[in-house]
Design a protein around this ligand. Sequence first.
Ligand code: KG4
Ligand code: ZN
Length: 341
Amino acid sequence: RDEPLVLGIETSCDETGVGIVRGETLLVDAIASSVDLHARFGGVVPEVASRAHLEAMVPTIQRACDQAGIALRDVDAIAVTSGPGLAGTLMVGVAAAKALALSLGKPLYGVNHLAAHVAVDIVEHGPLPEPVLALLVSGGHSSLLLVPDVTQDVRSLGSTIDDAAGEAFDKVARVLGLPFPGGPHIDRAARDGQIAIDFPRGLTSGRDMERHRFDFSFSGLKTAVSRWVEGQRAAGAEISVPDVAASFQEAVVDVLTRKAILACQDNGVEHLQIGGGVAANSRLRAMAQARCDSAGIALRVPRPGLCTDNGAMVAALGAQLVAKGREPSALDLPADSSMPV
Ligand code: KG4
Ligand code: ZN
């Protein structure tokens, strides 16, 4: 019972997440999503998301405390995502966290969203191996991180130079007439498809690979899919949505897993963790497992609900910061939309 009880708040995009963690144990992960409000725009609208966070914040905190069977005054610390993310939505979470910390007289910990995606696996699979290599793939980010210590040393090896992996899924889904967010729909459609079309693998060969060994590029792939679909339509040919979905998905997953394993090998790291919304992708999980098995790398992937944005990840990192005696943030903690890791 002497393990720290930490409440974490996440508002970097469209999910209002409130998680409560005791030490390395998840007590509750409450979430309110505004994703349905954005569907008709085909993407997250920052202003709409900010308003939704403001409305959802207090009820979601209350629901989290009720479900965990705790009172707010019981918590030892408040953690909050202070960046990176949408400036306006981050501010709602940071303001709420400051108000709680100030009124309860408890320490405030501003945390990095990407580091929190890594830390969440502690509540799923126990303490993180040090170092661990993390592949974070979502609608907002696609990064390879070398993580010697998630509380203070997270190094970016590379990231996308254009679209995020999830963004590519969403854009290709749109081309194929599938609803937003498109990732799960492509995943499902691809199960009935053949990998029949050889779409490009960005930044994987020649000079591109030399200069961008651990970076990703998905906008060329998206354009290639659009062109292919347009070409078929212009020729009056039938388009197999499952085949296009499977071929596109294979190209993305091939690049992600290839570079992630190369990053492990280059850095002598024996543990790979995958996080972010795209980690829910069934083909990514299968290919990562197969390639890790052949390379002798242990794979850790939290359950899908903990891979997408949530409050538990923020609470999980907050609990580590408290346990390791790290310095809390000042009460004038800013929201930093472009925070580096
Ligand atoms: O982490 P997340 O919930 O939010 C952020 O973007 O930060 O990730 C959402 C993204 C969306 O682009 C969505 O299409 C994608 O994750 N996604 C998937 C799958 N499930 C969600 N992409 C591919 N396959 C999936 N099964
Ligand atoms: Zn995220």
